[in-house]
Design a protein around this ligand. Structure first.
Ligand code: ADP
Ligand code: MG
Ligand code: MG
Length: 870
């Protein structure tokens, strides 16, 4: 017989896989001697057995549950159906990986028409007893039988309206008894049978549905979004109830040991008196900040603060705690590592290092590389902000600023985003787990109700999406698809700007600022740099990009694409003159002009580099990319160049290729138009020599694109080196320099030992290498790639994450062969893949020297590089 059940006394925090996170932590808190209501956990193995047993609880499991309930009864001195001491329990789901709000929990199991009276007598509090009963009826009906929450809520809302009540607290005993009868009638009407009166039946049905909820739609969406495997299963916790709704000396709350938005070290939370379970997070009544508890119930506050501190020391991380106060006594109901914004995650990790709770390495390992991109979150441009008026304010639930078009439902937001590629803002009274898919695609989230721990706030922080919640003066009307903000009426699709850092809303669109690295992130990135073996460089062509990259901690430039420099209008003109020239003679003047301009570019980049390495790639794209294509454009350009349009059309035609990406480009251009590369070398070396005159020593790194053989590389290398040596002679000076090759042709990888003989470094161009290895035109993959991923033919888009098996094998071969020839050969990777954390792990493994990626990916890559090495 398999052991499926573990009383809280038997577990500990390391048993998450088996007991789920909630169960393992309830056990751990129990064993730390904290006040936790007694109970037991049914393991995740039982959940998997349930699925194997055609979604039924096996006899064996039923038997173990009966025995566990008997043991619990004996321990707490309460039994199911007792008229003197009725046992009530909650049935709480909890998977190994926390999935907030995704699974279902039922409170007050054990109440029925008899025990409700017993509970009322026992506590001398009829109101409380019926309040608990109506909660059970609604939760049970919803979770077990799928009756909508709205059906039950409607009854309560109607009653409140009829009686002219403001709050749930105004409901009298009589009202609650009426509500209970009406709820029971809902069962009859919707299901044709009664609410099950037998506590054991209730319990088994509840356990059954928790197991089933593992596979509900919301849970599946959440798992998909978060890469959580589907076969982990959930555990079920059965726990004696304690009552936060037993009167004004009772209550329920949630608190974080540190501020989950900023990471600041201070208790942060909310509670409600005379309330139960989810009332706080559901945003039904506006909760009190935890600070208030300090003055109203100082003794309990101190006890709670001490426990919070103890748990943080124990788990060595920020904790998210649930507690309930029953008649002045504190109970702990949940502890888990708290969700936090990426900003808070970094601050907390850095703070925990200075508090000596964790090591620098642990701090690095705790941050998801992808998440740091969100820290570089934009804020509204100060000047633009000054010109706009705050229309309404709410709670600053999740930092960052965003502008977008408003939608009132998750579906419409998702549709506008997917189909029309709109930047959307989800605006609602409140959100619930059903809204996940709409929240994921939103630039920002706004709600009219709810507090800092409402569903909207928690989920937005987890995703790093700006959110402002509980906005005063905001009315959302789902029927008319309108929102009124302080008297302004907005319709679906209208623009709104949301500042989640300060909790403000603005009408219309507002410009956001560039992204910045805060001090904590800078500290963490410094540590990451110390721990990483891989260097992290940026792909940057302009001083602006380079400055941004340096700001993000780049080691230098791994790829400067010179062609981008030719696309500025005045240069494009010269470039066109160059291309349409008949011969070398005709190319002279435009080349001279381009040389001047390009030398200026390189001078700026080198000047900014302050001794960091800058690798410049010579011209790569086919020449026709610089030429106009349709008749109208040809006419205009011909006029500009003062030439005959027919002649231009003829030149355009002559340069046309059937497969331009496989055509006359890269170093092939060097062979046919050597003067272009010579000009670029003059520009690069000219800039370096100019700086030498100014006392700054630069070591130029020149990269040749598209090489596929030693012979070809050797030819181009000679061209480059001869030009350089001529310049040195003319200038009567000398500089160190290197000439390396891109590795982007499969043939170059296959013959890398030979190519290395004439290359000072390699740099993988993963876009072309992937394109040529798969034979996928990277500009056309959109038509079939999604289908390939959906059908599982490809595990992921190989242009975003390296294809280890195929492209990776070529890369590894090239590394090994290259290093066979030159053991110290520097080898880089450039292209977006260079900033992809998963790919970086592979590059670390095959011994690549550095990666180079877009400036915004530099912090991500730096962290991933450190994690790959640790
Ligand atoms: P979730 O994972 O959605 O937070 P929980 O299992 O934590 O679900 O329960 C929902 C709410 O009910 C929480 O506020 C929790 O504190 C409360 N709760 C759960 N079990 C009990 C219990 N035995 N006594 C009192 N409150 C409980
Ligand atoms: Mg819940
Ligand atoms: Mg909980």
């Amino acid at each position: 017989m398999m052991k499926y059940i573990y009383p809280f006394e038997e577990g500990n925090k390391d048993m998450r896989q088996l007991l789920g996170g909630k169960g393992a932590n309830l056990a751990q808190m129990t064993n730390l001697g904290l006040p936790v209501p007694s109970g037991f956990t049914i393991s995740t193995e039982a959940c998997n057995a349930f699925y194997e047993n055609h979604n039924q609880l096996s006899d064996d499991l039923l038997d173990q549950i009966h025995r566990a309930i008997a043991a619990l009864s004996a321990k707490v001195g309460k039994t199911f159906n007792s008229s003197t001491a009725p046992l009530l329990v909650s049935v709480r789901s909890g998977a190994a990986i926390s999935m907030p709000g995704m699974m279902d929990t039922i409170l007050n199991i054990g109440l029925n028409d008899q025990t409700v009276i017993a509970l009322a007598n026992l506590t001398a509090n009829e109101r409380f007893a019926y309040d608990s009963y109506r909660r059970l009826l609604a939760m049970f009906g919803n979770v077990v039988y799928g009756i909508s929450e709205a059906t039950f809520d409607g009854v309560i809302e109607k009653r409140k309206a009829d009686q002219g009540y403001q709050s749930d607290l105004d409901l009298t005993v009589n009202d609650l008894q009426e509500i209970v009868s009406e709820f029971k009638a809902i069962y009859q009407k919707e299901l044709n049978h009664e609410f099950p009166q037998d506590p054991t039946d209730q319990l088994m049905a509840a356990i059954n549905s928790v197991f089933e909820s593992w596979n509900n739609h919301r849970a599946q969406v959440y798992r998909r979004e978060n890469d959580i495997p589907s076969d982990l299963g959930t555990a079920v916790n059965v726990q004696m109830m304690v009552f936060g709704n037993a009167g004004e000396d009772s209550g329920t709350g949630v608190a974080f040991t540190r501020d989950p938005a900023t990471g600041k070290k201070q208790l942060f939370g909310e509670y409600l008196l005379n309330a139960q379970g989810e009332d706080v997070v559901a945003g039904i009544r506006t909760p009190q900040p935890i600070e208030t508890l300090r003055s109203s119930m100082p003794h309990l506050y101190d006890q709670f603060a001490t426990i919070a501190e103890k748990l943080e020391l124990h788990y060595r991380d920020m904790q998210d705690l649930e507690f309930t106060i029953e008649n002045g006594k504190l109970y702990m109901l949940q502890a888990r590592n708290g969700k936090r914004t990426p900003t808070a995650a970094v601050k907390i990790a850095v703070d925990l290092v200075s508090e000596k709770l964790i090591s620098k390495q642990e701090a690095i390992m705790r941050i998801k590389p992808e998440s740091v991109q969100a820290i570089l979150y934009p804020e509204f441009d100060e000047q633009a902000l000054a010109e706009n008026k705050i229309v309404a304010s709410g709670l600053p639930a999740s930092p960052g600023a965003a502008t977008g078009q408003i939608y009132f439902t998750a579906e419409s937001a998702k549709k506008a985003h997917d189909d029309q590629h709109r930047k959307v803002i989800l605006i609602r009274q409140d959100t619930s787990p059903e809204d996940i898919e709409g929240m994921v695609v939103s630039e920002a989230i706004v709600t009219s109700r709810g507090g800092m721990t409402s569903h909207a706030a928690v989920v937005a922080r987890g995703m790093g999406t700006p959110a402002t919640v509980g906005v005063n003066g905001l009315q959302v009307n789902y029927q008319t698809k309108t929102a009124t903000i302080s008297g302004n009426q907005l319709h679906e699709g209208d623009w709104l700007s949301v500042d989640g850092t300060h909790g403000n809303l603005y009408l219309g669109q507002i410009k956001t600022t560039d992204l910045t690295v805060n001090d904590d992130l800078a500290t963490l990135l410094d540590w990451a740099k110390d721990e990483a073996r891989l260097g992290v460089y940026a792909n940057a062509d302009t001083p602006k990009d380079f400055a941004q990259a340096l700001n993000f901690g780049a080691d230098g430039i791994g790829l400067a694409r010179t062609e981008h420099m030719f696309f500025k209008p005045e240069r494009l003109l010269e470039m066109r003159r160059l291309i349409i020239a008949e011969d070398a003679e005709g190319r002279k003047t435009p080349l001279k002009r381009l040389l001047e301009m390009q030398r200026g570019d390189f001078y700026e980049l080198y000047k900014l580099s302050k001794g960091r390495s800058v690798t410049i790639r010579l011209l790569d794209p086919p020449l026709h990319e610089f030429l106009p294509h349709d008749e109208k454009e040809i006419k205009a350009v011909a006029a500009q160049l003062e030439i005959d349009p027919d002649y231009l059309a003829q030149r355009v035609d002559a340069l046309k290729e059937l497969n331009p990406m496989l055509g006359h480009r890269g170093d092939r251009l060097a062979v046919t138009f050597p003067d272009i590369y010579q000009m670029q070398i003059q520009a690069i070396m000219g800039a370096a020599l100019q700086l030498l005159d100014e006392g700054i020593i630069i070591e130029p790194h020149i990269m040749i694109p598209l090489t596929d053989s030693k012979a070809e590389m050797s030819w181009v290398r000679d061209l480059v080196v001869n030009q350089i040596e001529d310049l040195f002679d003319a200038h009567n000076a000398k500089l160190e320099y290197t000439v390396g090759t891109m590795m982007e042709m499969p043939r170059a990888c296959l013959t890398a030992d030979k190519v290395a003989e004439v290359s000072d470094f390699f740099s993988f161009g993963t876009n072309d290498l992937t394109q040529l290895t798969f034979g996928y035109s990277r500009d056309d993959v959109g038509s079939f790639m999604p289908a390939y991923i959906k059908e599982g033919i490809l595990p992921a888009d190989p242009f975003q994450t390296v294809d280890v098996e195929g492209v990776g094998a070529l890369m590894k071969m090239a590394v090994d062969k290259g290093r066979f020839t030159k053991p110290q050969l520097p080898i880089g990777v450039c292209g977006e893949i260079g900033g992809d954390p998963k790919s970086i792990h592979f590059f670390e493994a095959i011994g690549v020297t550095y990666v180079s990626c877009s400036p915004f990916r530099v912090p991500v890559a730096r962290l991933a590089a450190a994690q790959a090495h640790l």
